[in-house]
Design a binder for this molecule. Structure first.
Ligand code: KIV
Ligand code: ZN
Length: 527
């Protein structure tokens, strides 16, 4: 009989694309999900929970597309305990050599009475039926009793025992509402280990939410009590206060290896680039003081600390920046830097660009280096993340003129280049420069939008730092996100809006979105 809990490797189950993506403002397009899945593969996670296929046709297609890439990690999809959901997961994940079906049902009294209106026995029956069906389709089946941390211990043990009997190979214990505390969670895991027959034959997993800021601490407590899989997300994104942060849990196990006597297979030098990718895609940037990947995580300001660091780094540094993928050298590029230096820096930052992408990014770098003296890593990342976002047209921004004055409306004139090379100029007035620029863009492209959110983030340091803008806009009742970057923040906002407008026009042309104006670029007056 195997004893999975006795192993000293912790499996990392990444749910950025499922629980993370479910969070407001974190939804991703198919191509963004594919980029994240590729980055998670480079990070060497064991399992990627790619989505919830029954949630929408888009979710199904995304999970299927990721599975068909057969990237290497086990590809998992989430299902409720019903045959339709389970079949959908199987259809979506089966393209990957290694795939998993994850079924869940809530077990706490609160959920039983108010959400499911089901008795204890009915819940066990439904879980057992679902696990059996999943096992007929797939050898790798995970079961989660949702809200486990608020479930009566005796009943939870009964549910888990039934799940193992039915064939679950991983049993995950979620703290769905982020309610537990480390000592309590430690006891819960020890109780299950003691009271559930054959529990040593399955992998015990932990899934924590961060409502009280303890998701990582609770996950580590579970690991101390025998869990050998941690479910987590990049940057800790997820519902409400988020999920257990992958980078924090992984670096805690690595940095305190002598305490845990455990390890993961994560390539920790990929943590920072993966964090940047996810924050650039979602527009959710971790706070500066966020552990591991925050901008200040390795900055030592206090004189006494700097003095200590100069004597010996270990005085105040428990991890080395390069261990998490932050570059050691703070090399700054400028307008005299050549292609070679640029390409080396891009590679050091963890990006793999082909010849075409390198050329395009290098041209953008040269344009930027003309505008600002020093080009930092953040600027280069921004160039790469935004490369191609507006270049796929139909419209390209040629110029933007803004006039603002305190107490007076702003005026703007945008000049766009259409696919046939002709130029279109429109002017508009608005309460502020962004409102005026968006109005002019709407006139030029024929796409009307409501700007719901405008987030500005500085890509690097200094007064001439590039502003990265993420906008959330509504077009015909649908919500879209766009990104743009420039040393001029109004231009960055304008580029972010134009990116969404271009995407909308391309989708209208393909008949994927309704819209009378299917080819605005050819219908506008030209100058
Ligand atoms: O938080 C939760 O309970 C979940 C389950 C579906 C695992 O996300
Ligand atoms: Zn969750």
């Amino acid at each position: 009989m195997s004893d999975a809990g006795a192993e000293n490797r912790i499996r990392i189950f990444d749910t950025t694309l499922r629980d993370g993506e479910q969070a407001p403002g974190c939804s991703m397009t198919l191509s963004e999900k594919l980029r994240v899945a590729k980055a998670l593969t480079e990070l060497n996670v064991d399992i990627i929970e790619a989505g919830f296929p029954a949630a929408s046709p888009g979710d199904f297609e995304a999970v299927k597309a990721i599975a068909e890439r057969n990237l290497g990690p086990t590809i998992c999809g989430l299902a409720r305990c019903n045959p339709e959901d389970i079949q959908k997961v199987h259809d979506a994940v089966k393209g990957a050599d290694n795939h998993r079906i994850h079924v869940f049902v809530a077990t706490s009294a609160i959920h039983r009475e108010h959400k499911l209106k089901m008795a204890k026995e009915e819940i066990i029956k439904s879980a057992v039926g679902a696990i059996r069906m999943a096992r007929e389709l797939c050898d790798d089946v995970e079961f989660s009793p949702e809200d486990a941390s608020r479930t009566e211990l005796g009943y939870l043990a009964e549910v888990v025992a039934a799940a193992i009997e039915a064939g679950a190979t991983t049993v995950n214990i979620p703290d769905t509402v982020g309610y537990t505390v480390p000592a309590e969670f430690d006891s819960l895991f020890r109780y299950l280990k003691q009271h559930v027959a054959r529990i040593d034959e399955v992998i015990l997993s932990v899934h924590c939410h961060n409502d009280l800021g303890m998701a990582v601490a609770n996950s580590l407590a579970a690991v101390g009590a025998g869990a050998r899989q941690i479910e987590c997300t990049i940057n800790g994104i997820g519902e409400r206060a988020g999920n257990c942060s992958l980078e924090e849990a992984v670096m805690a196990v690595k940095t305190r290896a002598e305490f845990f006597d455990l390890h993961t297979n994560i390539d920790t030098t990929r943590l920072y680039p993966t964090s940047r990718l996810v924050s650039n895609i979602t527009g959710m940037h971790p706070p500066r003081n966020k552990a591991i990947v925050g901008e200040n995580a390795f900055a030592h300001e206090a004189g006494i600390h700097q003095h200590g660091m100069l004597q010996h780094a270990s005085t105040y540094e428990i991890m080395r920046p390069e261990d998490v993928g932050l570059s050691k050298s703070n090399l700054v590029l400028g307008k005299h830097s050549g292609r070679h230096a640029f390409r080396d820096r891009v590679a050091e930052l963890g990006f793999e660009l082909d010849e075409f992408e390198t050329n395009r990014a290098f041209q953008e770098f040269k344009k930027l280096a003309d505008k600002k003296k020093d080009v930092y890593d953040g600027d280069i990342e921004s160039i790469i993340m935004n490369a191609g976002s507006t270049s796929s047209g139909p419209w390209t921004l040629k110029s933007l003129e803004i006039q603002t004055h305190t107490d007076q409306p702003a005026t703007s004139t945008v000049t766009l280049i259409g696919e046939d090379g002709s130029e279109t100029a429109e002017s508009a007035v608005g309460d502020g420069p962004i409102a005026a620029a968006v109005q002019a863009l709407e006139q030029a492209t024929g796409v009307n939008m409501v700007l719901r959110n405008f987030e500005l983030h500085s890509a690097s340091v200094g007064e001439d730092a590039q502003g990265e803008v993420t906008v959330t806009v509504e077009i015909d009742g649908n919500s879209f996100r766009g990104r743009g970057a420039s040393v001029d923040i109004v231009e960055a906002g304008c580029r972010a809006c134009l990116e969404v407008m271009n995407r909308t026009l391309r989708r209208r042309r393909r008949g994927e979105l309704p819209g009378a104006d299917t080819d605005a670029s050819s219908s506008r007056a030209t100058i």
